[in-house]
Design a binder for this molecule. Sequence first.
Ligand code: NAI
Ligand code: MG
Length: 369
Amino acid sequence: MANPSLLILAGDGIGPEVMAEVKKIIGWLGAKRGVTFDVTEDLVGGCAYDAHGTPLHDDTMAKAMEVDAVLLGAVGGPKYDNLDFSVKPERGLLRLRKEMDLFSNLRPAQCFDALADFSSLKKEVVAGLDIVIVRELTSGVYFGEPRGIFPDNEGGRFGVNTQRYTTDEIRRVARSAFELAKRRNNKVCSMEKANVMESGILWREEVQWVHDNEYPEVELTHMYADNGAMQLVRWPKQFDVIVTDNLFGDLLSDCAAMLTGSLGMLPSASLGAPMANGRPRAMYEPVHGSAPDIAGQGKANPIACILSLAMALRYSYDMGDEATRVEKAVEKVLADGVRTADLMGPEGGSPVSTSGMGDAIVTALDASL
Ligand code: NAI
Ligand code: MG
């Protein structure tokens, strides 16, 4: 059988720096676990614009459609701020998401005990937290028509955006959430505003339909999204998998992410329809951007990107054991007090560099054998 394939798009700024540490983990998996990936590397974002005049070359797009998974670093930076909208680095990322049709965005919020003091909430509220928000990513009010700013009849203007969801769009993201729940704790909470929005009523009915017809064994509850926001900061551990639309998911996932500390810790997965191998088309990436303020200084925390690889191991390669091994290694180095600068309080200390963190994780992986 062919090796599993991976396309690495490191991108701009700290993207290549954190990706260098991910490659150490991939190398370790090959050397110590006999798991060999066919890795291809290519350009996305500003670096692709510099090379080809476009933030995503057609050849790169074609490769992304062929591989088992894509792992992306970050794109953008001040150098590219004045480019025309059509060739901005972010357009490369958006094209990947759109053409791969990645409708389901998984954002875990996991609190490593060693970092519980870092949260803006009390330690007992967040310690041990491990939830995932599934956000619908390709429809809803960010895409619905009509949209625009129009003149009204009194010489003023009005702005319009349309929250529009079809049955199929709701059902497919619901399935993605139920599939995830089956791998976790068989529990899904769906959030909308069915009390004030018709699209929310349809959302609730269709999620319930998928549950009743396809996943009756998974526990399903419904919650209004405003209450959901409140409950997330009151007692987040009541949740396991949350599924919600694009707009509410944007807000709720950022809110949940910050329960756990630094942007440098947060991975994500964006999943599409199943491919020929039965697994979803997928792109994995850290939540953070290219961090121009620290790029080139060896200060970036590579954990978000390394945990993104762990998600790929779990969801694209059916290597849940190896994924857990990587996550445990991260947990161990944090428990040992290894910290990049972003994980230190104002009182400071002596942080490790990006590569120091990567090396410490590899050492912890060795110790796991
Ligand atoms: P950012 O996430 O790049 O940085 C925000 C702050 O967090 C900065 O102070 C940065 O130093 C820090 N930070 C981020 N990741 C870190 C890490 N791994 N370790 C330590 N500290 C980290 O967001 P910002 O500053 O709004 O955007 C910078 C550039 O990145 C812009 O060009 C923006 O368009 C782009 N961007 C790209 C994204 C992507 O590729 N998915 C997402 C967000 C922004
Ligand atoms: Mg956001």
